[in-house]
Design a binder for this molecule. Structure first.
Ligand code: ATP
Ligand code: MG
Length: 561
C-alpha cells in the first residue's frame, strides 16, 4: 500500500455505485446497512464493514441503517444489542432514526412466505433435518426431491399456520422453497426458509414457533428497508442467486448484493464463535479484555476510534482474500497517539536513587514539555527532589560497551532535570541492587550543561515523595502463531494461546500530574509506550493498560522497502 496516489482511486464498490448513479438507478439513492447478528460483540472485522457501509452512505449523501439481524433466537441477547450500538457510535457513526430489527418484520416475512406457497413456489416438508441433509446431493450429483414437494396449496397453508402456532415439535417440519434439486448451486436445491423452533426471542418473546433462515430473511430485510447496495462478505457470493430468486419471485424492491473480502488479521481469531469460546472458557476476562480483537477491547486498551477508521481506510476493499498485518493497525494507533497523547514520566520497574548532594528538604518544580509534536499542548511542572525512582533496566552493574544509561561512575541526564553521576550501588543480602547513590551537577538544571559536556543517556524518573502508585498491565499478542488456526502443534486453536500475553506490574511510580485520571485517558509514558487508564481504575487504585510500546514494526518495515 502506498500513499502516492494524490487522487484516490475508486474501489470496486464505489465504481458500481457511481455507475448506478450515472444510470439513475434507484432514483439516484444510495442506501446501505450494517446488519450484525446480536450474538456477540463486534470485532475489528466488523469495523471494516461499518466504515465501508456508513462511509459510502456519507460519501454519496445517502443513508446507512443499523439493523440487527435477530432472526435466530437461540444465540441472541439484549446485552449484545447494547454493546453493538455503543461500539458503532464510538467508532463515530450515526444511524439517526434508523435503528432497525429484523424481528420487527416477522409478520411480513410470514405473509411473503404465504405468497410463495400460493404461487406454488414453497411447500411444507416433513423430512427431518438429517433426512434433508442426506437428500441434498453433492457438488457432482443432484439431490432428490422431497416426497412432500407437491402438496397442494391449501394443505401447505394449513400446515405452515400450525407450524407457526407451535403444534409441531422442533425439527419436525420445514418450509422450503421449490426451486431445483438438480441445481449446480447447492443453495438452490429447495432451500429451507423456516424451521420449527420453540424458543423465546429477545424481542418477540414466545410469539413465534417458526424462525426464518438467513437466506430467506436477509434479502427481505434489505428490500423492506429500501436498501440499494447490500454489501456483504465473500462467503455469500454463492448465496446471491437465492437472494435474487426470492426477490424476483415476490416482485419486490431488489437491492444489489455486492461481496467483498472479509478482514483477516494475523495473531488473532475473528469469528464470534471462537471469541465466545475464549470468553466462556475464561481464557480472557471478557469480551473487552484488552487482548481481544473486539472494538470494546480496543477502546479499553486505548485505541482511538480515528485510528481504527484510518486503518480501515488504508486496508481498502477488494475481492481478494488476504491477511493483514496487525503491525499496520498498531502503526495507525501509534501515529494517532503520537500526535495527541500527552507525555508524562512513569517508572514501571522502580529502582530508588538518592542524590546525596541535593538538599534534604528541597523540591524544585521543573518545566516539562507536554507534547513535542504539538506545541499548543504547553508545558507542566514536574517535582524534583533528593530521592527519585528510575527504571531498574536503566542501571547495569557490568554494562556492555554500548550501554549509555547508568552504571557506577557514569553520568547521565535526567529528563528536564540535571546531570547525575552514579557513585555507588547498594545491595541486599541476596546481592540484588536495591538503591543507587548519585551526585548531581547544579549547573545542569533543565538538562543542559553550560560547559558543553555531553552525556549520551537521558533517563525518565519520578520523585519518590510525589509519586503516584499504579498498577500497569502489559500486553502481547493473544496467540503465539500468526495463524492461530494452524493446528500443527495442537488440537485446538486455544492450544496456540500465548501464555505470556499479559503481564501485571504493581508498584509502578508515576509523576503526580497523573493523579487525577479517568478511565479512557491516554498518555505516552516517555520511553515506555502509550498507556490508557483502564475501565476498572479508581482514584484509590489506578490501573493503566499499555496500549502499545513505542516500537513501530510497520514503520520500520516500510523504511526498509
Ligand atoms: P463472524 O463470522 O465473526 O461471527 P459474522 O459475519 O457472523 O461474523 P455478523 O454479525 O453476521 O457477523 O456480521 C455483520 C456484518 O459484518 C456482516 O455484513 C458481515 O459481512 C460483516 N463482517 C463480519 N466479519 C467481517 C470481517 N472479518 N471483515 C469484514 N466484514 C465482516
Ligand atoms: Mg453470522
Amino acid at each position: 500500500m502506498t500513499d502516492e496516489q494524490s487522487k484516490p482511486k475508486l474501489n470496486f464498490i464505489q465504481q458500481i455505485i457511481e455507475e448506478d448513479l450515472a444510470a439513475n438507478k434507484n432514483d439516484g439513492r444510495v442506501h446501505t446497512r450494517f446488519p450484525p447478528e446480536p450474538n456477540g460483540y463486534l470485532h475489528i472485522g466488523h469495523a471494516k464493514s461499518i466504515c465501508l457501509n456508513f462511509g459510502l452512505a456519507a460519501q454519496y449523501k445517502g443513508k446507512c441503517n443499523l439493523r440487527f439481524d435477530d432472526t435466530n433466537p437461540s444465540k441472541e441477547e439484549t446485552e449484545y444489542v447494547e454493546a453493538i450500538k455503543k461500539d458503532v457510535a464510538w467508532l463515530g457513526f450515526d444511524w439517526e432514526d434508523r435503528l432497525l430489527f429484523a424481528s420487527d418484520y416477522f409478520e411480513r416475512f410470514y405473509n411473503h412466505a404465504l405468497t410463495l406457497i400460493e404461487n406454488g413456489k414453497a411447500f411444507v416438508c416433513d423430512l427431518s433435518l438429517e433426512e434433508l441433509r442426506q437428500r441434498r446431493g453433492t457438488l457432482t450429483s443432484p439431490g432428490s426431491e422431497s416426497p412432500f414437494r407437491n402438496r397442494d396449496v391449501a394443505e401447505n397453508i394449513d400446515l405452515f399456520d400450525r407450524m407457526r402456532r407451535g403444534e409441531f415439535p422442533d425439527g419436525s417440519r420445514t418450509l422450503r422453497a421449490k426451486i431445483d434439486m438438480a441445481a449446480a448451486n447447492m443453495n438452490m436445491r429447495d432451500p429451507v426458509m423456516y424451521r420449527v423452533m420453540h424458543a423465546t426471542h429477545h424481542r418477540t418473546g414466545d410469539d413465534w414457533c417458526v424462525y426464518p433462515m438467513y437466506d430467506w430473511a436477509h434479502g427481505l430485510e434489505d428490500s423492506i428497508e429500501g436498501i440499494t447496495h447490500s454489501i456483504c462478505t465473500l462467503e455469500f457470493e454463492d448465496h446471491r442467486p437465492l437472494y435474487d430468486w426470492f426477490l424476483d419471485q415476490l416482485h419486490l424492491h431488489h437491492p444489489q448484493q455486492i461481496e467483498f473480502a472479509r478482514l483477516e488479521l494475523n495473531y488473532t481469531v475473528m469469528s464470534k464463535r471462537r471469541l465466545l469460546e475464549l470468553v466462556q472458557g475464561g481464557h480472557v476476562t471478557g469480551w473487552d479484555d484488552p487482548r481481544m480483537p473486539t472494538i470494546s477491547a480496543m477502546r479499553r486498551r486505548g485505541y482511538p476510534p480515528e485510528a481504527i477508521r484510518e486503518f480501515c481506510a488504508r486496508i481498502g476493499v477488494a475481492k481478494v482474500k488476504g491477511v493483514v498485518d496487525m503491525a499496520l493497525l498498531q502503526h495507525c494507533v501509534r501515529d494517532n497517539l503520537n500526535k495527541r497523547a500527552p507525555r508524562v514520566m512513569g517508572v514501571l520497574n522502580p529502582l530508588k536513587v538518592v542524590i546525596e548532594n541535593y538538599p534534604e528538604n528541597l523540591t524544585e518544580d521543573l518545566d516539562a514539555v507536554n507534547n513535542p509534536e504539538d506545541p499548543s499542548a504547553g508545558t507542566r511542572k514536574v517535582p524534583f527532589s533528593r530521592t527519585l525512582y528510575i527504571e531498574r533496566d536503566d542501571f547495569m552493574e557490568d554494562p556492555p560497551r554500548k550501554f549509555f544509561r547508568l552504571s557506577v561512575g557514569k553520568e547521565v541526564r535526567l529528563r528536564y532535570g540535571y546531570f547525575v553521576t552514579c557513585t555507588d550501588a547498594i545491595k541486599n543480602d541476596a546481592g540484588e541492587v536495591t538503591e543507587l547513590r548519585c551526585t548531581y551537577d547544579p549547573a545542569t538544571r533543565g538538562g543542559d550543561s553550560p560547559d558543553g559536556r555531553k552525556v549520551k543517556g537521558t533517563l525518565h524518573w519520578v520523585s519518590a515523595a510525589h509519586a503516584v502508585n499504579a498498577e500497569v498491565r502489559l500486553y502481547d499478542h493473544l496467540f503465539t502463531l500468526e495463524d492461530p488456526s494452524d493446528l500443527s502443534e495442537g488440537a485446538d486453536f486455544k492450544d496456540n494461546i500465548n501464555p505470556d500475553s499479559i503481564k501485571v506490574l504493581t508498584g509502578c511510580k508515576l509523576e503526580p500530574s497523573v493523579s487525577e485520571v479517568r478511565p479512557g485517558d491516554t498518555f505516552q509514558f516517555e520511553r515506555n509506550g502509550y498507556f490508557c487508564v483502564d475501565s476498572d481504575s479508581t482514584t484509590e487504585h489506578i490501573i493503566f493498560n499499555r496500549t502499545l510500546t513505542l516500537k513501530d514494526a510497520w514503520a520500520k518495515l516500510q523504511k526498509k522497502q
